[in-house]
Ligand binder design. Structure first.
Ligand code: SF4
Length: 204
């Protein structure tokens, strides 16, 4: 018989996040978070996010990579550069886009976040979404999709349509790292391009 042990960090983070009345306060508290011991030891910085004042779109990815961990900013490596390029091609205004990750700390060797890590850090992310209040949200990759729509929904099933999500409009797509891995002619790159154009149409 297996016994499921509740993770008290999930509740503690959700409560601490709910008490934050603005993004700056939340950011300063997140920077001291050590709820995931392995990540807290190995990280260089806590990547709180790129948060312009009144974003029309929030992009949510998975976790910081090596470049992001060093610089303390999300999506600045190769994946971020590709995303910027494809957003520009689709006509999306990068200056009004907020960027966050499900995890604020880099997993060692860029491994996939564990379910426990994602559930803990989602408390911070959920409150950031409430405080930012963006009308549109774009999730990139499996981890962000699971955060938004749950683990049972597949990426291919959720793509290509607009979801009514927490009183916002949600579109899902592949992570730019998958687009890089499969190359410029691969299915993830084509899907990401198509989804960004779809999103740009919704925003017009
Ligand atoms: S990943 Fe999130 S929950 Fe885990 S230590 Fe970093 S900030 Fe805290």
């Amino acid at each position: 018989m297996s016994v499921r042990v509740a993770d008290p960090s999930i509740e503690l983070i959700a409560r601490a996040a709910a008490e934050c009345q603005d993004l700056a306060t939340l950011g300063s508290i997140v920077r001291g978070c050590e709820a995931c011991p392995e990540l807290a030891i190995s990280r260089t910085t806590v990547v709180v996010g790129d948060l312009p004042p009144t974003p029309q779109l929030l992009v949510v990815g998975e976790a910081p990579g090596a470049n992001e961990d060093l610089a303390g900013r999300p999506f600045i490596g190769k994946g971020g550069q590709l995303l910027d390029e494809l957003m520009s091609q689709a006509g999306l205004d990068r200056g009004r886009v907020a960027v966050l990750n499900v995890l604020k700390c880099r997993p060692p060797a860029n491994r996939t976040p564990t379910t426990a890590e994602a559930r803990r850090c989602s408390g911070w992310l959920d409150r950031q979404v409430e405080l930012l209040d963006p009308p549109f949200v774009l999730t990139l990759g499996r981890t962000a999709l699971t955060w938004a729509l749950g683990a049972k929904v597949t990426l291919d099933a959720a793509r290509g349509v607009e979801h009514n999500w927490r009183r916002r409009r949600l579109v899902v797509s592949y992570h730019p790292s998958a687009a890089i891995r499969f190359g410029p002619s691969g299915a993830p790159r084509k899907a990401l391009e198509a989804d960004l154009h779809f999103l740009a149409e919704l925003l017009r």
